[in-house]
Write a protein that binds this ligand. Sequence first.
Ligand code: ATP
Ligand code: MG
Length: 401
Amino acid sequence: MKYDRILIRYGEISTKGRNRNKFVEKLRKSVRIALAPFPNVKVEASRDRMYVLLNGENGKDVIGKLKNVFGIQSFSPAIKVDRDVEVLKQTSLELVTSLYNEGETFKITPKRSDKAFELNTDGINHAIGGHLLQNIPGLKVDVKNPDINLRIEVRKEAIYLSCEIIQGAGGLPVGSSGKAMLMLSGGIDSPVAGYMAMKRGLEIEAVHFFSPPFTSERSKEKVVDLSRKLAGIYGSIKLHIVPFTNIQQAIREQIPENYSMTTTRRMMLRITDEIRKKQDGLAIVTGESLGQVASQTLESMYAINEVTNTPILRPLITMDKTDIIKIAQEIDTLEISNRPFEDCCTIFVPSSPKTKPKREKVNRYESYFDFEPMIQEAVEKVETLVIKQVDEQHSEFESLF
Ligand code: ATP
Ligand code: MG
């Protein structure tokens, strides 16, 4: 017996009232992207659930892809049958027979959302349970802890049979929470932060600061590869590459060494915020984790954060490095992040950066030089790439401008 569809349950999004249609549309898009390798599947969505019709595609492979889609609470391989008691008996028997091993137990969980059907839940229990017990030798009932739980759901249009509930990735469909800019370095943390933000429904555009010739083409490649991993979640991702060399050099000349890192971060944040405005985003996401390095002490964040009142989301703020690494491994970015290429911030790292910078001091140091024109120039010269999901033969990105 083969399942002909997969029933998808929405979970949290079904509580979102008026916004539900938008959520369902975003989820449908995510599902389509995840199932792109299966050209025959068809997606049917309604307000409270979704069906993926397999049309001959391999159910196990499809399930493997659905497990990564944000916004799915759980799903079940299922069979659609006509609202006819004889057909229901026959199909139930075929399904349970295909799953049954000698000596196993079962129960039936009927659910009737359409009361017009000729059998009520007790009636379904008796008719189908009796039919199975008669026809499968050795089969026993266990209502507490059955090996096989046959769910029979009677709806207006048909009856659905399923035996298994598979846990989904949870979260919210990508794009349903709005758009944010992800400050993406070549490190371990920021791709994980981006993943977690996407899990909560954010659409992400990545911003990377690039300082040639101090950072090489290969370090840019690394960021492109990391972006491509994130693109796998939603089909594609924009990557804005900011030329940062001039500003870094100006910082080196104008700002006392122990404050150069604080100013570097402030400039990055100002530029990212300008790009955010242009792209209609409402937040900035970083990979910061409290106390991890000098720039991530609370004092540093306080001094750096001063340059904008845009929400800065830090999904990793309370996480330990080992936990972040675990996620990086799961989402397959760790190996890329571990490639030994230089980042613009490691090039100019001062020997003793301030771990407790003061706002008034950094403001005073920055006041002796007008960074604004350089910031505007960097924003104008941003190179924007659209990184596509991996697609073996084809080139993975195209230039927008
Ligand atoms: P990561 O592992 O993400 O590089 P990190 O632990 O190395 O983080 P920092 O280098 O202090 O920490 O960077 C803190 C955050 O600042 C990063 O998570 C990232 O969001 C942002 N960031 C740092 N360097 C860059 C860069 N070159 N381009 C864009 N964003 C950056
Ligand atoms: Mg880093």
